[in-house]
Design a protein around this ligand. Structure first.
Ligand code: ZN
Length: 120
């Protein structure tokens, strides 16, 4: 089942409206599809990235990338990117847990030390 724009859930940070964005990765420019058609030469694929972002705060879902040859390929990428935006699960919880020791030594935290704090 294809995920339509109206199926997208609000931004998880600010509840803003989500937007689906396509880009030509090699050409480093937005892909206005379907106005901008794929090449007539079926052998020449286009490296496309698709993600959903929040129009208000800019939060971005995972980008899915693939070399596409047909409009069906593009539609599949759009569907995958939208499902990545909607999907809220614990698939990376182990990475979060394993990064905790690293974060204890975060170099930016030195700016929050008492010495660096502004005096009133
Ligand atoms: Zn937002």
């Amino acid at each position: 089942m294809k995920t339509k724009a109206t199926d997208l859930t609000p931004c998880p940070f600010c509840a803003g409206p989500p937007v689906t964005f396509l880009r030509d990765i090699i050409g480093r420019k937005p892909l206005y599809w379907p106005e901008q058609r794929l090449s007539e030469d079926a052998d020449e694929g286009l490296f496309v990235g698709v993600y959903v972002f929040c129009h208000e705060c800019g939060a971005q879902g995972e980008e899915v990338q693939e070399v596409v040859y047909t409009e069906k390929d593009v539609a599949e990428l759009i569907d995958n990117a939208r499902n990545a935006w909607i999907g809220r699960d614990e698939r990376h919880r182990d990475l979060f847990e394993s990064s905790k020791p690293v974060n204890e030594d975060d170099h930016l935290d030195k700016y929050f030390s008492k010495e660096a704090a502004c005096k009133p």
